[in-house]
Design a protein around this ligand. Structure first.
Ligand SMILES: Nc1ncnc2c1ncn2[C@@H]1O[C@H](COP(=O)(O)OP(=O)(O)OP(=O)(O)O)[C@@H](O)[C@H]1O
Length: 250
């Protein structure tokens, strides 16, 4: 479980996060949604330590991550898998080398062991045999899957994903959502996904956190969204006439 306690983050005189508290449970795919600039990515980065919060704390399974120094954080960092925007693959490395990268960095495994794990992860994301391809030879959806394979290479307890569906067609988006969901369930991972994709929200939103102007404005499930009277959430999720009509039919 991850617990975020009263997080603030300020850049210069721009207070981006204004006292956010939230719990993300293990085995759940937790979604963070909100308008552009509402602070979603900043919150994700504060949780994983890419930004230091101005105030507040983050606990990983009860351990106060915020108070730890660089060395103390290493064991938790090795339990974190990340897939940030554009998959962030290394263009000069093959698929296999990309997946082995975190193992090279954090483990003393032999090359054969690392290769074994890379092959297992590739198979898990349905890319068996694509080891020697370079990122430039992959479609957007395949790149995301390689990113996911790399993120699970170290058998993470926590998985953070920023915009897994960006640039993907609706069908591929759903496959990526399903894959993240399956892995979360299979390995009891605490998964936190930042998304703009309303298909994901309505399809897999078991626990949704809606940010508005740097605050947690609403929290609940996809079933509850359909019946919410929270104006800002309604305006955000059901912005289009099509979505509004779909809601009216629910
Ligand atoms: N490193 C930074 N330095 C200064 N300001 C930043 C930095 N990172 C984010 N911000 C500011 O924080 C605010 C929130 O940005 P953030 O990227 O968290 O929003 P978001 O909700 O993820 O938006 P989007 O949906 O457009 O990706 C913005 O006003 C942005 O300019």
């Amino acid at each position: 479980m991850i617990e975020v306690k009263d997080i603030y983050k300020t850049f210069g005189d721009n207070e981006v996060l204004k006292g956010i508290s939230v719990k993300f449970e293990a085995g759940k795919n937790n979604l963070i949604i909100g308008g552009s600039g509402s602070g979603k990515t900043t919150l994700l980065k504060c949780i994983v330590g890419l930004h230091e919060p101005t105030k507040g704390q983050v606990f990983f399974n009860g351990e106060n991550f915020t108070e730890m120094n660089f060395e103390e954080r290493v064991p938790i960092r090795t339990e974190i898998g990340m897939l940030f925007q554009n998959s962030a693959l290394f263009d000069s490395m093959t698929v296999e080398e990309n997946i082995m990268f975190p193992m090279n960095l954090f483990t003393n495994q032999t090359k054969a062991e690392k290769l074994d794990r890379a092959n297992f992860c590739l198979e898990r994301v349905n890319l068996k045999g694509k080891n020697k391809l370079f990122p430039a030879e992959l479609s957007g959806g395949m790149k995301k899957r390689v990113g996911i394979a790399r993120a699970i290479a170290m058998q993470p307890k926590y998985l953070f994903v920023d915009e897994p569906n960006s640039g993907l067609d609706p069908k591929t988006s759903i496959l990526i959502d399903e894959l993240i969901n399956e892995l979360t369930d299979e390995y009891n991972i605490t998964t936190v996904v930042v998304t703009h994709d309303m298909n994901s929200v309505m399809g897999i939103g078991e626990h949704i956190v809606f940010l508005h102007q740097g605050q947690k404005w609403w929290e609940g499930s996809n079933h509850e969204i359909a019946h919410t009277d929270n104006k800002e959430l309604n305006d955000f999720v059901f912005a289009s006439k099509f979505m509004q009509a779909a809601k009216d039919r629910l």
